[in-house]
Each structure stands twice: as structure tokens, then as C-alpha cells.
Design a protein around this ligand. Structure first.
Ligand SMILES: *[C@@H]1O[C@H](CO)[C@@H](O)[C@H](O)[C@H]1NC(C)=O
Ligand SMILES: *[C@@H]1O[C@H](CO)[C@@H](O)[C@H](O)[C@H]1NC(C)=O
Length: 286
């Protein structure tokens, strides 16, 4: 019996060592951006730059038809997908087509549009503000609700000639929808249905261990703001404390989440200007 266990153990240990030495297989999509991933799976894509009322330039991706669909000029049902905190348009297409909502909807004959929140790695442009400056980052959920969602939806409605579209939000994307449709009745008229995945509005009712974050004093958060540690991506550096700011005041709809938004780890690593470095520059601009 013992020799059997020993042998199993030895095989296991040697196996693990060999595995560590072997280069890890890498997903070919690991270094691809949104349009490359869409093309990789054999779908067509389009990209449009929507300018928000306060000047942020937001690239909106479109998967106009299913993989095996022949070009057809008849109008299709439009669905707009708005990603959540720390994500980007890629959130909807990261899995294979059989399990990515963006591709599934395209194959189900929808005209699929994928948004990007201001300040994510795809949306680092403004008509006159430089992302290296603090002013670029001086926004909250409120501005996204007031400017970004209406600009995007108006653009899509206009472009597709549809009177109404479907809105699918994930997490922060649901918060933006609730805010935008509740405060802008004309905009709400353009929405056939608002579908909320993991809906969130406030951190007030957080419970469990996460609740403790809500009690961190704003001063502590401020110390973390603008700091960067050895140029590490924001999720691992002190700069990530910026992300916690909205949690410091559970009632505050502060948009830092969006800023951190779409700092998709993979995207962050392939970007020359990570949010962390952006913050260092921000301090210089101030
Ligand atoms: C995505 O990658 C392609 C190919 O490298 C490049 O041409 C394109 O500009 C990239 N798009 C973005 C938004 O970075
Ligand atoms: C709608 O589209 C037309 C034609 O492309 C354009 O001239 C107009 O400015 C657009 N309006 C909005 C609100 O985007």
C-alpha cells in the first residue's frame, strides 16, 4: 500500500515540476483587442466614435450580423450591451461564440452594439482634455448617466433608424441605465426593454466583509489617490485605492468605478498608458 502511495506522490511531484518548466499554453486571444477578437471568431465588426455632451470620445463596437448570415438590408432588432465596472466592450465577447452574449445575440439575428465607458482603455480620448490631466478624470457616474448613455443611444437610434432598442446592462451598466432612464424620459422612450444583469445602484446595503470598505475614511482614500507603485497595473498598486472612493461614501454615485472600468487586466497589460501612469501624469498637470 505504502509503495503505491509513495509512487503516486512521486509521480505527482515530478509531474508538477515538469508542468512548471513547460511554457504555459496561451490563448490566442490573450493579446487581442475587441475588433480582433470579433474577427478571430469570424464575425464582422464596425466601430463608431460617439462624442458625449461633455466631450468624451467613446468607441462603440457593432456586430451587425451573425457569423453565417448573408448581408441583408432588412432592419433588425437592435440590442445595446453596456459593460460593468473594471470591464470593457470585450466583456461580452471573451468566451467562445457559444457562450458569449455578444456573439449569441448576433447569431440570433440581433444587431449588436457594445459600449465602452469613458476612461476605459478604449475610451481614453476627449475632444480637448488630455487623459494625462486630472480634469479628464474628474467625473462620476452622474456624468456618464447624463452625457454618455444618451449620446450613445441617440447615435444608435439615428444610425439604425430604429425607434426603440433593447438595453442590456451588466452591473455598473445597470446603474447607468436606471439613472439615465429615470431622469431622461425622452431617452427612456427609445428603450424597448431594459434588461439588468447583476443590477446595482448603491453600496449602502452591502453586507458582510465588503461592508467594512464603506467605513474607510476619505482621507485614507485621498492618500491613495494619484499614487502609483512601481508602475504596477492599478489593480495591484496603491492607485487602486482610487477605485474604493465611491465605497467610502455609500450614498455617493462616484464614477471611479467607471474609470477603473475596463481596466481589464489583459487590456491594462497591453496598454502603454495604464491608469496608474495616467494618475502620475495627472498629478503633474494639476
Ligand atoms: C486593435 O488591433 C488592430 C490590429 O493590431 C489595430 O489596427 C487597432 O487599431 C486596434 N484597435 C484598438 C482600439 O486598439
Ligand atoms: C442623425 O443622422 C444624420 C445623418 O447621418 C445626421 O446628420 C444627424 O446629425 C444625426 N443626429 C444625431 C442626433 O446624431
Amino acid at each position: 500500500m505504502w509503495w503505491l502511495l509513495k509512487t503516486i506522490c512521486l509521480v505527482h511531484v515530478i509531474g508538477n515540476i515538469l508542468c512548471l518548466l513547460k511554457p504555459k499554453p496561451k490563448n490566442p486571444e490573450a493579446n487581442m483587442n475587441v475588433s480582433e477578437i470579433i474577427s478571430y471568431w469570424g464575425y464582422k465588426w464596425e466601430v463608431y466614435e460617439v462624442v458625449s455632451g461633455d466631450g468624451y470620445i467613446l468607441p462603440i463596437y457593432r456586430i451587425p450580423r451573425g457569423k453565417n448570415e448573408i448581408m441583408d438590408s432588412s432592419p433588425k432588432t437592435v440590442v445595446y450591451l453596456q459593460h460593468g465596472l473594471t470591464l470593457s466592450a470585450s466583456a461580452w465577447i471573451l468566451n467562445p461564440p457559444s457562450s458569449s452574449l455578444g456573439f449569441l445575440l448576433a447569431d440570433a439575428n440581433f444587431d449588436v452594439w457594445l459600449g465602452n465607458s469613458r476612461g476605459n482603455n478604449y475610451a481614453m480620448k476627449h475632444v480637448y482634455l488630455d487623459p494625462n490631466c486630472k480634469a479628464f478624470w474628474d467625473f462620476s457616474f452622474n456624468e456618464q448617466i447624463k452625457f454618455d448613455i444618451p449620446a450613445i443611444i441617440d447615435f444608435i437610434v439615428n444610425k439604425t433608424g430604429q425607434k426603440q432598442i433593447y438595453y442590456v446592462g451588466h452591473s455598473q451598466g445597470t446603474l447607468l441605465a436606471y439613472g439615465a432612464f429615470a431622469t431622461n424620459p425622452q431617452l427612456a422612450q427609445k428603450i424597448k426593454a431594459n434588461l439588468a444583469l447583476t443590477p446595482v445602484v448603491t453600496t449602502r446595503y452591502l453586507s458582510g466583509a465588503f461592508r467594512t470598505i464603506a467605513y474607510v475614511h476619505p482621507t485614507v482614500i485621498k492618500v491613495g489617490r494619484g499614487c502609483v507603485v512601481n508602475n504596477k497595473p492599478p489593480l495591484t498598486s496603491l492607485a487602486s485605492l482610487r477605485v474604493l472612493k465611491p465605497l467610502a461614501d455609500p450614498n455617493e454615485l462616484c464614477g471611479l468605478w467607471a474609470r477603473a472600468g475596463s481596466y481589464h487586466f489583459r487590456d491594462t497589460c497591453s496598454s502603454s498608458l495604464t491608469p496608474g501612469t495616467a494618475m502620475v501624469h495627472a498629478e503633474r498637470c494639476a
